[in-house]
Design a protein around this ligand. Sequence first.
Ligand code: DNO
Length: 393
Amino acid sequence: MEKTWRWFGPNDKITLDMLRQIGVEGIVTALHHIPNGEVWRLEEIMKMKQFIEASGLRWSVVESLPVSESIKYGGEDRDALIENYKESLRNLGKAGVTTICYNFMPVLDWARTDLDYPNDNGTTNLYFNLGEFAYFDIHILKREGAEKDYDEATLKRVSRLRETMTAEGEKRLVDNIIVKTQGFVNGNISEADLDPVQKFRDLLALYKGIDADQLRENMAYFLNAIMPVCREYDIKMCVHPDDPPRPILGLPRIVTCDADIAAFLDAVPDPHNGLTFCAGSLSAGAHNDVPALARKYADRTWFVHLRSTDVLPNGDFREASHLGGRADIIELVRIFQKANPALPMRVDHAELMLGDEKMGYNAGYSFHGRMKALGQVEGVMATVDRELSESKK
Ligand code: DNO
């Protein structure tokens, strides 16, 4: 697989020269300064591409070309927004940047409650605490009927939290769940929003009456509309699985499991409609057998995120070592190296360590932690390559 790295543009404290030194071959990035829904002009794309190439690297993957909410819920302006999306794709195609990651998660791109959860060895990591998440839903968002979505044990955790929660604790939850994890991925809420909770409620309201079937239909509508452009420029669209892979906050989620993946691939059976195999997101669902999914969908996978999680009995999950956890990265490397040795792969969400914590990196995107994870994955790749060449002898 091609060793790529998510880099957030010229203002990223991690420079392209640093990335070359640690063995990165390709860059994963987006035009983060362009608001969602607007066209990415060819000149802007070329400026980024040339900047990357001047450091001896290539722009391998766009993550993400964001899909506007209105396309997801099927708003009145969706056709106009899809036209803009197609124009951006055409321009990316002209520039030769043709692997495009996106997601179809309503409102919330990805969810964590804790961004610096302490590990035993003194490093920290991301964490999803189901009790705190339910607390946010029931007592901060105050979503109507939210209690019905949680089991007895989780509701007990919420009651216990209720006794000790402070205003500061609530602010931390809001920050982690809907602000700090969203802004930098071009999500709906940014650090500049004065009342993020109310803004979030307004966004949730847009999905009233939209169930999983309707969302699936809207996704197929979007994909069918863009496929002619994708065919013309050989653009590989790859949807990112939902993180965590389950419905949340009363919102439907439709890329969570085997049946979901089969459904969107079959709905638009064109190879340009493919998957970002995010091993971390998929592993956070106890229902997913991650290597089995990789075997089944390797031929429609255009981009791989390597990370792993541990799912705890109470429904929490935490990021695991890249050599441990539920994802089985060793087996995944075997599967994908065999299927397509040129497939772009990036490591994802790693520990904060050795001073990373002082650098203000985007949540999950440390330097030392990811560098360590990349080293681990490179070791696995070298071993797997040896296995493969020996099995051919
Ligand atoms: C979080 C990321 C996601 C991902 C988008 C793709 O760390 O995995 O934000 O980039 O969902 O559109």
